[in-house]
Design a protein around this ligand. Structure first.
Ligand code: ATP
Ligand code: MG
Length: 424
């Protein structure tokens, strides 16, 4: 036998035993997005490399070391998208969606980053994202954070996530702060680790959210970004906070929260959990007022977030929030005898027409009663519908209950639809 080919490391199959929980999560995400008046947009998974370099930033982790970049056969540099916002802005620009109009959009799909695979961190993973364009006022910030908060409520995990909130100010304010921070960090360079020393020059704000306790120690007394805010940035942030307070949404202000992508300004936020080990961020986002223009469009404010679906699925599984998932089949049809078998498709089709929510599986592959019953049981169905020559002649069906205590019974064929309705 030749050696079997395996999936690429960090790129997972989603097996039938898991797809039902994925579908449950996806259904909630779609429903909530549409609840708030957001429309779906779908972008390709491959884009020009330049798109991500220009938006995410040349010296971010993603662009420096995580992108799947390759040359197309004609020599163009392409990249498997590492995130959705840049593609979404590209698409909105390209199709004129941003001309004097606001847009409220959502997307869902696979993203690719060459990271070290571990629990909650993969090379192909899935994000659900929300993006709103054309709205500069803090009300949309609060509206979208409220939307994210509803997701946790509907998934039953509200008590397990915390909202962290910060403001990055304007680009100008951040640049001034950056200089002050570099001065501070330079004085303490010997206390920093290699990673932070490197970042100190390329992307100093990222040093603030270093996970290394020694670095955090060295940061005590560092200048505060909010001290560099002008009136506008201050009121914007206060306004977001006031609206969240009014909506009853709890948050913690974390002045070290800076995010790993360059395009953010003003409000940034993350939803974090302690139930996932070190991959604790479930959802992250913020305001990106300069991005549309940076990618060649007319200056248009933006606000959005992305959440990792794998991390949500892991949370729901470990918190045992998934035990009400329905089995694959509700009713299993067993037909005995050649004449009868000929009728099986016709009958099953009739029932599927009449009770579309009910999942009817037709036995295939022949065999005696014992074999067919075994399959019925394995299918997870609640009932087996058994039809032999005698039953067919009398227009009847024997109903065998496969779960729990319930005696077998015989009903008329015409009563089957109402029986199936009761199963759901
Ligand atoms: P992290 O700090 O965990 O690396 P990030 O800041 O790189 O996250 P974003 O780019 O903001 O993450 O992506 C938004 C969300 O997508 C994250 O909060 C996380 O839930 C999910 N995510 C990001 N990278 C991965 C990955 N490699 N595998 C699985 N989920 C991921
Ligand atoms: Mg990352």
């Amino acid at each position: 036998m030749s050696k079997a080919i395996q999936a690429i490391r960090g790129m997972n199959d989603c097996l039938p035993s898991e797809t039902n929980i994925w579908q449950m999560v996806e259904t909630v995400l779609r429903r909530v997005a549409s609840n708030y008046g957001f429309a779906e947009i779908r972008m390709p998974v491959v884009e020009s490399t330049a798109l991500f370099k220009r938006s995410i930033g040349e010296v971010t982790d993603i662009v420096e070391k995580e992108m799947y970049t390759f040359d197309d056969r004609n020599g163009d540099s392409l990249t498997l998208r590492p995130e959705g916002t840049a593609s979404c802005v590209r698409a909105a620009n390209q199709h004129g969606l941003l001309y004097n109009q606001e847009q409220r959009l959502w997307y869902m799909g696979p993203m690719f980053r060459h990271e070290r695979p571990q629990k909650g961190r993969y090379r192909q993973f899935h994000q659900f994202g929300i993006e709103a364009f054309g709205l500069a006022t803090p009300d949309i910030d609060a509206e979208i954070i409220t939307l994210s908060s509803r997701l946790w409520r509907e998934l039953g995990i509200s008590e397990h996530v915390t909202l962290e909130l910060n403001s990055l100010g304007s680009n100008q304010e951040r640049a001034e702060y950056r200089d002050a921070l570099v001065v501070f960090l330079t004085e303490r360079e010997d206390q920093l680790d290699e990673d932070s020393k490197r970042r100190m020059h390329s992307n100093p704000l990222r040093v603030l959210d270093s996970k290394n306790p020694a670095v955090q120690e060295a940061l005590v007394g560092a200048p505060k970004l909010s001290d560099y805010f002008g009136e506008e940035s201050k009121t914007h942030f206060e306004d977001v906070c006031r609206r969240l307070d009014a909506a009853g949404i709890n948050y913690v202000i974390n002045d070290r929260l800076v995010r790993g992508l360059d395009y953010y300004n003003r409000t940034v936020f993350e939803w974090v959990t302690t139930s996932l080990g070190s991959q604790g961020t479930v959802c992250a986002g913020g305001r990106y007022d300069g991005l549309v223009e940076q990618l060649g469009g007319k200056a248009t404010p933006g606000f959005g977030f992305a959440l990792g679906i794998e991390r949500l699925v892991l949370m729901l599984t470990s918190l045992e929030k998934v035990n009400n998932v329905r089995p694959q089949v509700d009713a299993y049809l067993i037909m005995l005898g050649e004449e009868v078998e000929l009728k099986s498709i016709q009958l099953a089709e009739q029932w599927r027409n009449l009770v579309p929510e009910c999942r009817v599986q037709n036995h295939c592959g022949g065999g005696n009663m014992k074999k067919q019953m075994k399959r019925a049981d394995k299918s997870g169905a609640q009932i087996a519908l058994i039809i032999g020559e005698n039953e067919l002649a009398e227009q009847k069906v024997t109903v065998k209950y496969l779960r729990g205590q319930h005696d077998q019974e015989t009903v008329l064929l015409e009563q089957v639809p109402s029986l199936l309705k009761k199963l759901i």
